[in-house]
Design a protein around this ligand. Structure first.
Ligand code: 2NL
Length: 342
């Protein structure tokens, strides 16, 4: 009797350890344990050798063992069905989920293009803080105390400390370069700038600039013109025409604004060029001697040219964006139109 109990215990362990992965494995189990020549049939045959007074007890044990094996078989079948249901629900031929890849922001596309053109001419990139002090934003740039650009209306001052402000141009970065570095200097300064304007299609309280500065011995207005001409040709194509108009900036003397022939109408006249055939794209000039002297640069030995352009403006001309607000609304219908542009 004891040996029967031990024998059944051993079989149970064997059955518990039986692993099935598919229907074929389950069939192997069935034949081995529950089949007509299987183990259960075999052990049931042992009953005839059991002495009469122990038959009842042995019968219970064997029945319990049979039940155990049948339950195990049901479990194994169930687990295979669950597995194959999952497999059947998967259509391996379906295309994968398409994860939408973002697009570069048009202003970044244009900024990168501007930067790479000037890098080819030997300019390096400088960056600086958006919160500035009066000196770097205005004083050093020869903006007198009473200059309208310093007006509270145009400049955002920081409440907690009104000697700090949000830079109104990236000239402040060039000021920081001149503070540290002596000529030759050849930098461009891309970045966001802030002005206190009412937001509309044509004005915003922040926009993006790229300013450039070149200071060395013998830098002339001819260098300025040729550098900027090269830039617009690379940016807009070889057919573009340029013209310079005299202008005024406190930090340059002489100063000039540069126009390019209107790309929209080819010079015939349209609303973009206000029927003149020309559109303004940047301001420029020879660095004012006072600005150089502010940084201890000898203005008798060194001269330089500087320029500044609005990235939004270049972007408007290149991609015909007619409302400044589009750049910061993050409307994907606008942004995804730049898919694939690099
Ligand atoms: C504009 C005009 C300009 C500059 C920016 C500059 C920088 C230094 C010294 C002198 Cl460090 N000038 N920058 C010069 C002329 C024009 O920008 O219309 N920007 C959008």
């Amino acid at each position: 009797m004891n040996s029967l109990v031990q024998q059944l215990e051993q079989y149970k362990q064997e059955i518990n350890a039986f692993v099935v992965n598919n229907a074929d494995d389950a069939e192997v189990f069935r034949i081995k344990y529950l089949g007509t020549k299987g183990l259960i049939k075999n052990v049931m045959g042992l009953m005839k050798d059991v002495p009469a007074e122990q038959k009842k007890e042995a019968g219970l044990l064997l029945n319990e063992f049979k039940l155990f094996t049948e339950q195990k078989f049901e479990q194994l079948k169930q687990s295979i069905e669950n597995n194959s249901e999952e497999e059947n629900n998967l259509d391996w031929s379906l295309p994968g989920n398409i994860v939408p890849v973002g697009t570069r922001h048009p202003l970044n596309l244009v900024r990168n293009k501007i930067v790479s053109i000037f890098e080819r001419l030997g300019f390096s990139v400088a960056e600086g803080p958006e919160i500035e002090d009066d000196w770097h934003n205005f004083g050093a740039m020869n903006l007198p105390e009473d200059h309208p650009a310093r007006d509270m209306q145009d400049t955002f001052y920081i409440n907690q400390n009104p000697s700090w402000l949000l830079r109104t141009h990236t000239s402040s970065v060039q000021a920081r370069v001149m503070e540290k570095q002596k000529p030759p200097i050849r930098v461009i300064c891309p970045g966001r700038v802030y002005r206190n304007e009412t937001i509309s299609a044509r004005a915003h309280c922040f926009f993006h600039q790229v300013e450039g500065l070149y200071v060395d011995e013998n830098v002339s207005f001819a260098d300025l013109k040729q550098t900027l001409y090269f830039f617009v040709q690379e940016m807009f194509g070889k057919d573009v025409k340029v013209r310079f108009r005299p202008s005024y900036f406190p930090f340059t003397e002489p100063s000039a604004e540069m126009d390019i022939s209107c790309l929209i109408c080819g010079g015939d006249g349209c609303n973009v060029c206000k029927h003149t055939g020309w559109v303004e794209i940047l301001g420029s000039g020879m660095v004012h001697p006072k600005v150089l002297e502010n940084f201890g640069i000898d203005s008798n030995k060194y001269t330089g040219f500087a320029f500044g352009m609005g990235v939004e403006r270049i972007c408007q001309l290149k991609y015909r964006v007619n409302d400044l607000r589009l750049y910061s609304q993050n409307d994907v219908r606008f942004l995804k139109q730049f898919t694939g542009v690099v």
